[in-house]
Design a protein around this ligand. Structure first.
Ligand code: HEM
Length: 156
């Protein structure tokens, strides 16, 4: 099934609407991930090293990860519409594969992050939200996650 221009628009337009609040959206995204999978917190070295009492919002890297997931899913949407396939730049993909293997990320975590991503978007743009928008984000995310997971196999 192809990815249409309308689907790309659903992804890009909702991200555009969310981007100005990326700080609070990044936080919500992470809280949701840790709500679904509390153990995932231990994977993030900057959270692990900071100790239990350190407030999450004090970590600039946390925002960076959240924004990376959003931005890369947007890029995937554009690639899917253009070429029907997701190709992460080779150097980036190699690094992502290695980082996630080293951190102990497993396939199930990608599902957790997908759920948290969808919940965060639904919460951030309730007026724009439709089943079609959900499906478009899921497709873009799934194809991106598949590329990263494939690269992770090479690092296992
Ligand atoms: C690091 C992107 C999914 C956990 C990173 C980095 C990026 C990134 C850009 C920065 C380091 C680097 O560039 O190598 C993504 C994308 C994802 C994804 C685009 C999904 C499509 C996940 C999932 C988990 C996860 C499912 C597990 C819950 C981590 C951890 C680090 C990391 C633990 C290292 C952070 C640190 O300790 O500094 N990711 N990630 N990521 N990611 Fe992800």
């Amino acid at each position: 099934m192809g990815f249409s221009e309308a689907q790309e628009d659903l992804v890009l337009n909702s991200w555009k609407a969310m981007k100005k609040d990326s700080e609070s959206i990044a936080l919500k995204f992470f809280f949701r991930i840790f709500e679904i999978a509390p153990g995932a917190k231990q994977m993030f070295s900057f959270l692990r090293d900071a100790g239990d009492d350190a407030p999450l919002e004090k970590h600039p890297k946390l925002k960076a990860h959240a924004v990376a997931v959003f931005v890369m899913a947007c890029e995937s949407a554009t690639q899917l519409r253009n070429t029907g396939d997701v190709k992460v730049r080779e150097a980036t993909l190699k690094r992502l594969g290695a980082t996630h293997v080293k951190a102990g990320v497993a396939d199930a975590h990608f599902e957790v992050v997908k759920t948290a991503l969808v919940d965060t978007i639904r919460d951030a743009v309730p007026d724009m939200w439709t089943p079609e928008m959900e499906a478009a984000w899921e497709e873009a995310y799934d194809q991106l996650a598949a590329a990263i997971k494939e690269e992770m196999k090479n690092n296992a």
